[in-house]
Design a protein around this ligand. Structure first.
Ligand SMILES: [Zn+2]
Length: 138
């Protein structure tokens, strides 16, 4: 069985030998990032202590970049993997006016976001990508 997260991710924002960071293509959630551990492991407890520090620091740096660039109202962190059991973290900038707020992004939508607002957030994505790469480089 092929695992889509074992494949190299196209256009990663950041990639090293252990993990990749990608921008998720979701029209309602510009800035939604995924941190994908390269090795096909299922659970956080499959990692060594040092690897857990590495991936959680990466998640934290992505969160800090989202806060600095997008000024989100809240950042949601989620590691689910029920559908694709390959360790990855969702780092999701949330806004009070987004499609699901205050519910999880996977719940039923409660509103249609303003297209101009989404476009303004989308325009910040190059800046967000640069901020993530800079944080993970240093
Ligand atoms: Zn995999």
């Amino acid at each position: 069985m092929t695992c889509e997260l074992c494949m190299p991710q196209p256009d990663p924002v950041w990639r090293n030998d252990q993990f990749s960071v990608i921008l998720v293509d979701d029209a309602n959630y510009p800035g939604f990032c995924r941190v994908i551990w390269h090795a096909h492991v299922k659970e956080m407890s499959d990692l060594t202590a040092a690897q857990r520090v590495t991936i959680m620091d990466a998640v934290n740096q992505v969160e800090l970049a989202q806060r600095a660039v997008l000024h989100a109202d809240k950042i949601n962190l989620a590691s689910l993997g029920n559908v694709v059991p390959h360790l990855h973290w969702h780092v999701i900038p949330r806004f009070a006016d987004d499609a699901h707020f205050p519910n999880p992004v996977w719940a039923q939508a409660v509103r249609t976001p303003d297209p101009m607002t989404l476009a303004a957030r989308r325009a910040l994505l190059p800046q967000l990508s640069a901020a993530i790469a800079q944080r993970l480089t240093s």
